[in-house]
Design a binder for this molecule. Structure first.
Ligand SMILES: [Zn+2]
Length: 183
């Protein structure tokens, strides 16, 4: 009887795990590996990119004003990124954005930027560090530097709402970077 109980609970667990995985893949409906196959070269990748234009806040002197930014992203995520930036713009923080990057062919289709599936926000103030070494940008001082992205602030929340995760894996902290896969 004990064995049967274990088998049954294992079966239950597997079903739950399967269910969760299915649920995630159907809601995301974006296959990064498929997009990677389609965007195998720079010339091919460009065909899938779409320009999005959106409002942001930024400083003019000490005053925050509206500015317009444009980036290229993969057409499958264009609407979602546009909505995420709109939500950031409408947020209470009026989070200032002075530089933003999207599609950027980086020599191969390995980087999600080469696929237009990642964006970088205020790269200098939201550095990429790995094992304590700065790899890109120069600082990250949320609440002190207005361009640094606070942990649970408007930017993180808006991006998460539309399915984009900040790239924070183990020792790798890429504070500027939001993508479909979170890497
Ligand atoms: Zn990035």
């Amino acid at each position: 009887m004990k064995k049967l109980g274990i088998v049954l609970s294992l079966l239950f667990l597997c079903t739950m795990v399967g269910f969760t995985v299915n649920k995630q893949s159907s809601s995301a409906r974006i296959s990064i590996s498929k997009i990677r196959r389609q965007c195998s070269t720079e010339r091919k990748a460009r065909k899938y990119m779409k320009k999005i234009t959106f409002k942001v806040w930024d400083y003019r002197g000490s005053k925050k004003v509206t500015k317009i930014k444009s980036i290229y992203v993969h057409k499958r995520v264009a609407k979602k990124y546009k909505k995420a930036f709109y939500k950031i713009y409408k947020g209470k923080e009026k989070f200032p954005i002075h530089d933003v990057g999207g599609y950027n062919w980086r020599g191969s289709n390995h980087s999600l930027h080469s696929l237009g599936l990642a964006v970088d926000i205020n790269s200098n103030e939201n550095y990429l560090i790995d094992k304590g070494r700065i790899m890109a940008g120069s600082l990250w001082k949320p609440r002190k530097n207005p361009y640094s992205i606070p942990k649970r602030g408007d930017v993180v929340k808006a991006m998460r709402k539309y399915g984009f995760k900040q790239c924070l894996w183990g020792s790798r902290r890429d504070y500027m970077h939001f993508s479909i896969g979170g890497y």
